[in-house]
Design a protein around this ligand. Structure first.
Ligand code: ASN
Length: 298
C-alpha cells in the first residue's frame, strides 16, 4: 500500500474526504483540487461541530465536491461512450446499517442527496435509471440540462480517450476523480458517502462499485466507515469496502476509513489521491505520497 497518513487514537469529531484515486495530477490543477477537498472536509467538520450527524457531514462534504468541476461527480462527471453523463452514489448510516443508493441517474445536481432520500423516504435501498429519476421528480429535485454538468475538460478527455481507445483497463489513469467522505460524530455514529460519474467512455448503463454497499463504501458503528475509489470492476469483485482491512492490498485505487474510536486512515495504490481530514480542529490534506499539509482551523 503506497501511503498511509494516520490519525491518533483519541475519540473526537472526524471527517475524512477523498477526491478519487488518480494518475499524477497536473501542477496547475493541484491547487484547485487541494482547495476543493480541504473545503469539503472543513464543511463536513463544521456540520459535526454544529451538532450535525455523521450522515449530515458526509452528505455535506460530498455535495461540495459534486458541485466542484474539478472532480468526477455531479458537475465535472466523466462522459460515457455517447458523450452523456450517468452518475452513481451511495450513503450509509452506521447506526443501523440503513443505506441508500442510486445508479445511472442523469440531469440532477447532487446524486448524493437523492441517495439519502432513497435511504430515508423509501422502503428500498437502491433505485436505478428511470425509477430513480421519477423518485427525484417526486421529491422535488429539479431536473437540469445535462450541459450544466458537462465541462470542457470532460469533453476533451472523452475525445482523447476515444482516439487512444484505452478505456476500462484496471490501471487506467483516467478512472479518477470519484469523491467520498467518512465521518464520526459526537454521538459515536459513523457514516460514509460516495459519488461518481464512473469511468470515462463507459457503456451506457454501466454501473460501477460506488453505489454498491460493501464495495463503494460501508459504515457500521461497531466497525468503522469506508469510502473507496478506483477501478469499479476490480473493487466490486472483492467487496473492497466491507472487507477493507483484508482486501485493501488487492485493489488499484484508494480508500478513506474512520474507525469507531476515531482513528482514521487514507490509503491508495494509484499514483496520487487527493484527501483531506479534519480532527480536533486540525485540517490535514495531501495529494501525492509523503506530502501532507497541516493547518489549524479557526
Ligand atoms: N474513480 C473511481 O473511483 C471510479 C469508480 N470507482 C467507478 O468505477 O465507477
Amino acid at each position: 500500500m503506497a501511503a498511509s497518513p494516520r490519525g491518533s487514537m483519541d475519540v473526537g469529531l472526524v471527517v475524512v474526504v477523498h477526491g478519487g484515486g488518480a494518475s499524477n495530477i497536473s501542477a496547475d490543477r493541484k491547487e484547485r483540487v487541494r482547495e476543493g477537498i480541504s473545503r469539503a472536509a472543513t464543511e463536513g467538520y463544521n456540520i459535526l461541530k454544529a451538532g450535525g450527524s455523521a450522515v449530515d457531514a458526509v452528505e455535506g462534504a460530498v455535495i461540495i465536491l459534486e458541485n466542484d468541476p474539478e472532480f468526477n461527480a455531479g458537475c465535472g462527471s466523466v462522459l460515457n461512450v455517447k458523450g452523456d453523463i450517468e452518475m452513481d452514489a451511495s450513503i450509509m448510516d452506521g447506526r443501523d446499517l440503513s443505506s441508500g443508493a442510486v445508479s445511472a441517474v442523469r440531469c440532477i445536481e447532487n446524486p448524493i442527496k437523492l441517495a439519502r432520500l432513497v435511504m430515508e423516504k423509501t422502503p428500498h435501498c437502491f433505485l436505478t435509471g428511470q425509477g430513480a429519476q421519477k423518485f427525484a421528480a417526486d421529491m422535488g429535485i429539479p431536473e437540469i440540462p445535462v450541459e450544466k454538468l458537462i465541462t470542457e475538460r470532460s469533453k476533451k478527455h472523452l475525445e482523447k480517450e476515444k482516439l487512444e481507445k484505452g478505456a476500462q483497463k484496471a490501471d487506467c489513469p483516467k478512472n479518477s476523480g470519484t469523491v467520498g467522505a467518512v465521518a464520526l460524530d459526537c454521538r459515536g455514529n459513523l457514516a460514509y458517502a460516495t459519488s461518481t460519474g464512473g469511468i470515462i467512455n463507459k457503456m451506457v448503463g454501466r454501473v460501477g462499485d460506488s453505489p454498491c454497499i460493501g464495495a463503494g463504501g460501508y459504515a457500521d458503528n461497531n466497525l468503522g466507515a469506508v469510502s473507496t475509489t478506483g477501478h469499479g470492476e476490480s473493487i466490486l469483485k472483492v467487496n473492497l469496502a466491507r472487507l477493507a482491512l483484508f482486501h485493501v492490498e488487492q485493489g488499484l485505487g484508494g480508500l478513506i476509513l474512520v474507525s469507531k474510536t476515531g482513528d482514521w486512515v487514507a490509503k491508495w495504490t494509484s499514483a496520487s489521491m487527493p484527501w483531506a481530514a479534519v480532527k480536533n480542529g486540525k485540517l490535514q490534506a495531501g495529494i501525492d505520497l509523503c506530502e501532507t499539509k497541516t493547518t489549524d482551523l479557526p
